[in-house]
Ligand binder design. Structure first.
Ligand code: SAM
Length: 236
């Protein structure tokens, strides 16, 4: 895995810290081992783990944002994507990995320990509840998320965490144009503003993915996020 990771990172134009490729390879090994006893990923081929998990997530570092010494929350991180590869590739980041599934969060804590990572919090919580807590609301430089919900729902889950001037980065497919248009009203209500999207090709593949970029321009109004059932029933 390590050779493919290094080649892919170079193709993305990234110069990772010396230990990063080995740490990602170890993470991949732990992921595939644990996946045999716990549902962590549908991807079981090591090369695909590199391409579709690690390099896909690494591409977030190439979209022109400055992540150095910033704070980032990954909402619905699952097996750590995209937050954990970002932390490994940019160690100055302070990262919170949040998921509502306790078993996954416990496993993530053990991976962070195995890789000797500091400044990572693995948090078992529902995103819409944790965003109401002090120290979380309007607090992070970045909220990121991949494969969790439609952009409209995801905006309500993620934008409350972002400080004014920070960004919410949603990893989406290139077919997300209509979904993005449909979320524009909700994004505005939640204190966000859509910026130009960024499309990228995953190295070694012809797969093109998209980052939807939302800037936080005013604090999220009181009352958001709403309860999950309410969000689904009453679109903004
Ligand atoms: C399909 S997985 C995606 C995981 C990872 N982001 C990835 O791209 O591989 C969706 C994850 O979001 C979590 N999730 C869904 N709704 C959530 C919520 N309201 N709060 C926290 N986590 C949530 C689930 O537990 C699950 O681990």
């Amino acid at each position: 895995m390590q050779t493919r990771i290094s080649a892919g990172l170079a193709q993305l134009g990234l110069t990772p810290p010396p230990q990063a490729a080995a740490q990602l390879a170890r993470y991949g090994q732990l992921l595939l081992e644990q996946n045999q006893v716990m549902n962590l990923t549908a991807i079981t081929d090591p090369d695909q783990v590199v391409d579709l998990h690690f390099l896909d997530c690494a591409a977030l570092l190439t979209i022109g944002e400055d992540f150095h010494k910033k704070t980032l929350i990954d909402v619905g991180t699952g097996a750590g994507f995209p937050g954990l590869p970002l932390k490994i590739l940019e160690p100055s980041l302070s990262v919170t990995l949040l998921d509502s599934l306790g078993k996954r969060v416990n496993w993530l804590s053990s991976v962070c320990e195995a890789l000797s990572l500091d400044k990572v919090a693995c948090l078992h919580a529902r995103a819409e509840e944790q965003a109401l807590e002090a120290g979380f609301r309007d607090s992070f430089d970045f909220a990121v998320s991949r494969a969790v919900a439609s952009l409209e729902l995801l905006s309500e889950l993620c934008l409350p965490y972002v400080k004014v001037g920070g960004k919410f980065l949603a990893m989406k497919s290139v077919d997300s144009g209509a979904e993005t248009e449909g979320a524009a009203r909700a994004i505005a209500k939640l204190g966000g503003r859509l910026l130009p999207r960024v499309d990228y090709t995953i190295p070694g593949t012809e797969i093109v993915h998209r980052v939807v970029v939302v800037e936080k321009i005013s604090p999220t109004p009181k009352g958001f996020p709403r309860r999950w059932a309410k969000m689904q029933k009453a679109p903004l």
